[in-house]
Design a protein around this ligand. Sequence first.
Ligand SMILES: Nc1ncnc2c1ncn2[C@@H]1O[C@H](COP(=O)(O)OP(=O)(O)OP(=O)(O)O)[C@@H](O)[C@H]1O
Ligand SMILES: [Mg+2]
Length: 261
Amino acid sequence: MTRIIGIVSGKGGVGKTTVVTNLGVELVTKFKKDVVIIDCNITTSHLSMVMGMHFLPITLNQVLRGNIPIENAVYTHQTGLKIIPASLAVKDVEGIEASELKKAVKHLLGKVDLILLDSAPCLGREAKMTLDVSEELLFVTTPYVPSVMDTIRTKEMVEPSKTKLGTVLNMIENMRHELTVKEIENLTEMPVLAQIPYDRNILKSLAAKQPVVTYNPYCKASKQFLKLGREITGEDPINLEKEDVIGKLTGLIKGVGVPRF
Ligand SMILES: Nc1ncnc2c1ncn2[C@@H]1O[C@H](COP(=O)(O)OP(=O)(O)OP(=O)(O)O)[C@@H](O)[C@H]1O
Ligand SMILES: [Mg+2]
Protein backbone atom coordinates (compact mmCIF):
# COMPACT_ATOMS: atom_id res chain seq x y z
CA MET A 1 0.00 0.00 0.00
CA THR A 2 1.32 3.45 -0.86
CA ARG A 3 1.58 5.91 2.03
CA ILE A 4 0.98 9.59 1.22
CA ILE A 5 2.76 11.83 3.73
CA GLY A 6 2.50 15.62 3.61
CA ILE A 7 5.41 17.57 5.10
CA VAL A 8 3.81 20.81 6.28
CA SER A 9 4.36 23.93 8.37
CA GLY A 10 2.46 27.06 9.25
CA LYS A 11 5.56 29.21 8.93
CA GLY A 12 7.74 29.45 5.86
CA GLY A 13 11.44 28.67 5.76
CA VAL A 14 11.44 26.25 8.70
CA GLY A 15 12.90 23.30 6.76
CA LYS A 16 10.13 21.39 4.93
CA THR A 17 12.07 20.99 1.68
CA THR A 18 15.18 20.02 3.65
CA VAL A 19 13.19 17.32 5.45
CA VAL A 20 11.50 16.01 2.28
CA THR A 21 14.74 15.68 0.31
CA ASN A 22 16.85 14.17 3.09
CA LEU A 23 14.15 11.88 4.45
CA GLY A 24 13.40 10.79 0.88
CA VAL A 25 17.03 9.85 0.20
CA GLU A 26 17.34 8.00 3.53
CA LEU A 27 14.17 5.99 2.88
CA VAL A 28 15.51 4.94 -0.53
CA THR A 29 19.14 4.28 0.33
CA LYS A 30 18.96 2.97 3.92
CA PHE A 31 15.44 1.50 4.15
CA LYS A 32 15.16 0.25 0.53
CA LYS A 33 11.82 1.92 -0.09
CA ASP A 34 10.53 3.11 -3.44
CA VAL A 35 9.81 6.81 -2.83
CA VAL A 36 8.59 9.72 -4.90
CA ILE A 37 8.79 13.29 -3.62
CA ILE A 38 6.47 15.92 -5.12
CA ASP A 39 7.00 19.68 -5.10
CA CYS A 40 3.60 21.03 -4.04
CA ASN A 41 5.05 24.49 -3.43
CA ILE A 42 4.00 25.78 -6.83
CA THR A 43 4.53 29.51 -6.37
CA THR A 44 7.95 29.31 -4.67
CA SER A 45 9.27 25.91 -5.72
CA HIS A 46 12.75 24.78 -4.64
CA LEU A 47 12.70 20.99 -4.61
CA SER A 48 14.43 20.28 -7.93
CA MET A 49 17.02 22.98 -7.25
CA VAL A 50 17.86 21.51 -3.82
CA MET A 51 18.30 18.08 -5.48
CA GLY A 52 20.64 19.60 -8.09
CA MET A 53 18.12 18.81 -10.86
CA HIS A 54 17.50 22.17 -12.52
CA PHE A 55 15.01 23.06 -15.21
CA LEU A 56 13.46 19.68 -15.82
CA PRO A 57 11.25 19.99 -18.92
CA ILE A 58 8.04 18.32 -17.63
CA THR A 59 6.71 19.56 -14.30
CA LEU A 60 3.76 19.22 -11.91
CA ASN A 61 2.45 22.49 -13.35
CA GLN A 62 1.66 20.80 -16.66
CA VAL A 63 0.09 17.85 -14.80
CA LEU A 64 -2.17 20.19 -12.78
CA ARG A 65 -3.23 21.97 -15.97
CA GLY A 66 -4.50 18.59 -17.10
CA ASN A 67 -2.11 18.44 -20.05
CA ILE A 68 0.18 15.57 -19.08
CA PRO A 69 -0.06 12.28 -17.11
CA ILE A 70 1.76 12.46 -13.77
CA GLU A 71 3.95 9.47 -14.68
CA ASN A 72 5.60 11.59 -17.41
CA ALA A 73 6.77 14.14 -14.80
CA VAL A 74 8.75 11.60 -12.72
CA TYR A 75 12.55 11.92 -12.76
CA THR A 76 15.02 9.69 -10.91
CA HIS A 77 17.85 11.21 -8.85
CA GLN A 78 21.22 9.42 -8.77
CA THR A 79 20.32 8.04 -5.31
CA GLY A 80 17.24 6.31 -6.75
CA LEU A 81 14.81 8.80 -5.19
CA LYS A 82 12.06 9.78 -7.63
CA ILE A 83 11.09 13.44 -7.92
CA ILE A 84 8.18 15.28 -9.47
CA PRO A 85 9.34 18.91 -9.77
CA ALA A 86 7.31 22.08 -9.94
CA SER A 87 8.32 24.65 -12.52
CA LEU A 88 10.90 27.22 -11.40
CA ALA A 89 9.45 29.80 -13.82
CA VAL A 90 6.95 32.34 -12.39
CA LYS A 91 4.92 32.44 -15.63
CA ASP A 92 4.06 28.72 -15.21
CA VAL A 93 1.91 29.43 -12.12
CA GLU A 94 -0.98 30.54 -14.39
CA GLY A 95 -3.87 28.12 -14.98
CA ILE A 96 -3.01 25.66 -12.21
CA GLU A 97 -5.95 23.60 -10.92
CA ALA A 98 -5.11 22.53 -7.34
CA SER A 99 -7.92 19.97 -7.24
CA GLU A 100 -6.15 18.04 -10.03
CA LEU A 101 -3.41 16.93 -7.61
CA LYS A 102 -5.63 14.40 -5.83
CA LYS A 103 -6.65 12.84 -9.15
CA ALA A 104 -3.07 12.81 -10.42
CA VAL A 105 -1.61 11.24 -7.25
CA LYS A 106 -4.14 8.37 -7.53
CA HIS A 107 -2.20 7.20 -10.60
CA LEU A 108 0.87 6.60 -8.41
CA LEU A 109 -0.93 4.47 -5.82
CA GLY A 110 0.39 0.92 -5.73
CA LYS A 111 3.43 1.91 -7.82
CA VAL A 112 5.67 3.23 -5.00
CA ASP A 113 5.93 2.63 -1.24
CA LEU A 114 5.78 6.26 -0.14
CA ILE A 115 4.81 9.61 -1.62
CA LEU A 116 6.24 12.64 0.25
CA LEU A 117 4.56 15.97 -0.51
CA ASP A 118 6.64 19.13 -0.02
CA SER A 119 4.02 21.69 0.99
CA ALA A 120 3.84 25.41 0.43
CA PRO A 121 4.02 27.31 3.74
CA CYS A 122 1.16 29.02 5.58
CA LEU A 123 -2.50 28.14 5.56
CA GLY A 124 -3.57 29.34 2.13
CA ARG A 125 -5.04 27.49 -0.85
CA GLU A 126 -1.71 26.11 -1.98
CA ALA A 127 -0.86 24.60 1.41
CA LYS A 128 -4.39 23.24 1.70
CA MET A 129 -3.78 21.26 -1.50
CA THR A 130 -1.18 19.18 0.40
CA LEU A 131 -3.40 18.79 3.47
CA ASP A 132 -6.24 17.51 1.25
CA VAL A 133 -4.15 14.95 -0.65
CA SER A 134 -2.12 13.60 2.30
CA GLU A 135 -3.24 10.66 4.41
CA GLU A 136 -0.55 11.32 7.03
CA LEU A 137 1.07 14.59 8.13
CA LEU A 138 4.53 15.42 9.39
CA PHE A 139 4.88 18.91 10.85
CA VAL A 140 8.13 20.88 10.73
CA THR A 141 8.84 23.63 13.24
CA THR A 142 11.66 25.61 14.77
CA PRO A 143 11.88 25.82 18.58
CA TYR A 144 10.23 29.26 18.73
CA VAL A 145 6.74 30.31 19.79
CA PRO A 146 5.46 31.73 16.43
CA SER A 147 6.51 28.60 14.54
CA VAL A 148 4.97 26.27 17.15
CA MET A 149 1.77 28.38 17.21
CA ASP A 150 1.45 28.05 13.45
CA THR A 151 2.05 24.29 13.74
CA ILE A 152 -0.94 24.10 16.08
CA ARG A 153 -3.03 26.17 13.63
CA THR A 154 -2.04 23.92 10.74
CA LYS A 155 -2.85 20.81 12.78
CA GLU A 156 -6.33 22.23 13.48
CA MET A 157 -6.95 22.44 9.73
CA VAL A 158 -6.25 18.72 9.24
CA GLU A 159 -9.29 16.44 9.01
CA PRO A 160 -9.61 14.29 12.16
CA SER A 161 -9.43 11.06 10.12
CA LYS A 162 -5.86 11.82 9.00
CA THR A 163 -2.82 10.59 10.94
CA LYS A 164 -0.69 13.24 12.58
CA LEU A 165 2.66 11.48 12.75
CA GLY A 166 4.44 14.12 14.82
CA THR A 167 6.83 17.02 14.60
CA VAL A 168 10.31 17.47 13.23
CA LEU A 169 12.07 20.05 15.35
CA ASN A 170 14.56 21.87 13.13
CA MET A 171 17.35 24.44 13.52
CA ILE A 172 17.94 23.72 17.21
CA GLU A 173 20.80 25.75 18.67
CA ASN A 174 20.31 24.68 22.30
CA MET A 175 19.90 28.26 23.46
CA ARG A 176 18.12 29.02 26.71
CA HIS A 177 15.49 31.08 24.93
CA GLU A 178 14.37 28.14 22.76
CA LEU A 179 11.30 26.10 23.66
CA THR A 180 12.23 22.64 24.96
CA VAL A 181 11.18 19.37 23.34
CA LYS A 182 8.85 18.68 26.25
CA GLU A 183 7.20 22.10 25.92
CA ILE A 184 6.73 21.60 22.18
CA GLU A 185 5.27 18.12 22.70
CA ASN A 186 2.86 19.48 25.30
CA LEU A 187 1.80 22.42 23.15
CA THR A 188 1.34 20.48 19.90
CA GLU A 189 0.09 17.27 21.57
CA MET A 190 2.32 15.34 19.18
CA PRO A 191 5.68 13.58 19.63
CA VAL A 192 8.88 15.20 18.39
CA LEU A 193 10.23 12.52 16.01
CA ALA A 194 13.59 14.12 15.20
CA GLN A 195 15.68 16.94 16.63
CA ILE A 196 17.74 18.48 13.86
CA PRO A 197 20.39 20.95 14.98
CA TYR A 198 21.19 24.16 13.15
CA ASP A 199 23.96 22.65 11.03
CA ARG A 200 26.08 24.56 8.49
CA ASN A 201 26.54 21.29 6.59
CA ILE A 202 22.95 21.76 5.38
CA LEU A 203 23.83 25.12 3.85
CA LYS A 204 27.05 23.71 2.39
CA SER A 205 25.13 20.79 0.89
CA LEU A 206 22.74 23.28 -0.69
CA ALA A 207 25.70 24.96 -2.41
CA ALA A 208 26.97 21.51 -3.44
CA LYS A 209 23.50 20.80 -4.95
CA GLN A 210 22.93 17.63 -2.94
CA PRO A 211 21.08 16.57 0.22
CA VAL A 212 23.13 16.72 3.42
CA VAL A 213 22.73 12.95 3.97
CA THR A 214 24.88 12.31 0.88
CA TYR A 215 27.10 15.40 1.30
CA ASN A 216 28.05 14.44 4.86
CA PRO A 217 26.32 11.28 6.10
CA TYR A 218 28.09 11.54 9.47
CA CYS A 219 27.12 15.04 10.59
CA LYS A 220 24.60 15.53 13.40
CA ALA A 221 21.80 16.60 11.05
CA SER A 222 22.25 13.49 8.86
CA LYS A 223 22.04 11.22 11.90
CA GLN A 224 18.67 12.78 12.75
CA PHE A 225 17.37 12.15 9.22
CA LEU A 226 18.29 8.48 9.66
CA LYS A 227 16.40 8.48 12.97
CA LEU A 228 13.44 10.07 11.22
CA GLY A 229 13.53 7.25 8.64
CA ARG A 230 13.32 4.75 11.51
CA GLU A 231 10.37 6.64 13.03
CA ILE A 232 8.48 6.81 9.75
CA THR A 233 9.00 3.19 8.72
CA GLY A 234 9.14 1.58 12.16
CA GLU A 235 12.07 -0.40 10.70
CA ASP A 236 15.83 -0.54 11.13
CA PRO A 237 18.06 0.47 8.24
CA ILE A 238 19.18 -2.45 6.04
CA ASN A 239 22.85 -3.52 6.05
CA LEU A 240 23.86 -0.06 7.17
CA GLU A 241 27.47 -0.78 8.12
CA LYS A 242 28.29 -2.78 5.00
CA GLU A 243 26.57 -0.27 2.74
CA ASP A 244 28.29 2.63 4.48
CA VAL A 245 31.72 1.28 3.56
CA ILE A 246 30.64 0.70 -0.03
CA GLY A 247 29.02 4.14 -0.08
CA LYS A 248 32.18 5.81 1.20
CA LEU A 249 34.33 4.07 -1.43
CA THR A 250 31.87 4.86 -4.21
CA GLY A 251 31.78 8.46 -3.02
CA LEU A 252 35.54 8.69 -3.10
CA ILE A 253 35.68 7.32 -6.64
CA LYS A 254 32.89 9.54 -7.93
CA GLY A 255 33.91 12.57 -5.89
CA VAL A 256 30.42 12.84 -4.45
CA GLY A 257 29.18 12.00 -1.02
CA VAL A 258 32.68 12.32 0.41
CA PRO A 259 32.41 13.05 4.10
CA ARG A 260 33.70 16.52 4.93
CA PHE A 261 34.60 17.20 8.54
N1 LIG B 1 18.95 22.49 10.35
C1 LIG B 1 19.33 23.46 9.53
N2 LIG B 1 20.52 24.08 9.72
C2 LIG B 1 20.93 25.07 8.89
N3 LIG B 1 20.23 25.50 7.83
C3 LIG B 1 19.04 24.90 7.57
C4 LIG B 1 18.54 23.86 8.40
N4 LIG B 1 17.34 23.46 7.89
C5 LIG B 1 17.12 24.20 6.80
N5 LIG B 1 18.13 25.07 6.60
C6 LIG B 1 18.24 26.09 5.54
O1 LIG B 1 17.18 27.01 5.77
C7 LIG B 1 16.59 27.44 4.53
C8 LIG B 1 15.11 27.12 4.54
O2 LIG B 1 14.95 25.70 4.54
P1 LIG B 1 13.87 25.01 3.60
O3 LIG B 1 13.93 25.54 2.22
O4 LIG B 1 14.01 23.55 3.77
O5 LIG B 1 12.55 25.52 4.33
P2 LIG B 1 11.05 25.42 3.81
O6 LIG B 1 10.20 25.24 5.01
O7 LIG B 1 10.93 24.39 2.76
O8 LIG B 1 10.84 26.86 3.17
P3 LIG B 1 9.54 27.36 2.30
O9 LIG B 1 8.46 27.56 3.32
O10 LIG B 1 10.01 28.63 1.68
O11 LIG B 1 9.22 26.28 1.33
C9 LIG B 1 17.38 26.72 3.43
O12 LIG B 1 18.40 27.58 2.97
C10 LIG B 1 17.98 25.52 4.13
O13 LIG B 1 19.18 25.09 3.53
MG1 LIG C 1 10.19 24.57 0.79
